[in-house]
Design a protein around this ligand. Sequence first.
Ligand code: RDZ
Length: 304
Amino acid sequence: MEPSSNPTPPCPTPWGRTGRSRRGPPIPHRRSGPLLVSMVTGGGRAESREAGRSGSRRPGEGRRAGAEENRAGRCPAAMPSPRSSPSRRAAPIPSPSRRAAPGPSPSCAAVALRSLLAADLRFSRQLGVCAGERSAWGSARPLLRLLEVSGHGVPWLAGTLYGLGRSESPAGREVLLNLLFALVLDLVLVAVVKGLVRRRRPTHNKMDMFVTISVDKYSFPSGHATRAAMVCRFVLHHLVLAIPLRVLVVLWAIIVGISRVMLGRHNVTDVAFGFIMGYMQYNVVKYFWLSPLSAPALFAVWNQ
Ligand SMILES: CC(C)=CCC/C(C)=C/COP(=O)(O)O
């Protein structure tokens, strides 16, 4: 706990304000854990700031936002040096009614993360040009929705199961069985992370997605991005393809990711993290590769 009389000056906030709340008593707040989670989930300052900018801030929110900035703004990097300006040195010790609310002050990393997320929300909104039929690029929406289906779990699972049923070569069956494992693993891991982080989808998203499960109301990470990255690596490793086709596979994965933001389904960070997560998921698949040697029982059943 930080002593409440500590006159540590505020760290400049990402919005160029010092964030010291001038009016009103400090407002009790959650501790830094939930505060960080609310930053990641988009439910904190970044969104209240957007609300303020669009003129929808409710009475009292300004003061609340100021208090939040106050908490977020202080960090050791902003400690006054002995050569600080006289006006800083002469700063009065806050009276009890103007003291900051007690509690741990977020680190500079938290302030940096918060400003990254604020920029993410702003940038993602700008890129959401196909979020609705009446958006700037609304006429391209049907095409992007087609791309959405191409990276969806249902066609990939259905296609893999169909291939497994039809495959007659043991090598083909092995690859397809591992692809099935990879797709299921991806669904489980994405559901776990979405359920833990619970970041809401962008407010401009129209929830008209093809087949979703309950956690798909959350946006972090993008399941399409994880799947696209993982499938891309899988295909490049296990299918013998001509160079133009390999390039096409990589382009498909990248475009699926970008289309998530353009459709307004995701913020940029959801997709960026999704790509990283999908890329790493392939390492897990490689590590636990199912083969007649590592999983003889499974293959014995299959070969009967
Ligand atoms: C129901 C099945 C089998 C998969 C759900 C696939 C899905 C809807 C993922 C969500 O993707 P984003 O997180 O990119 O929106």
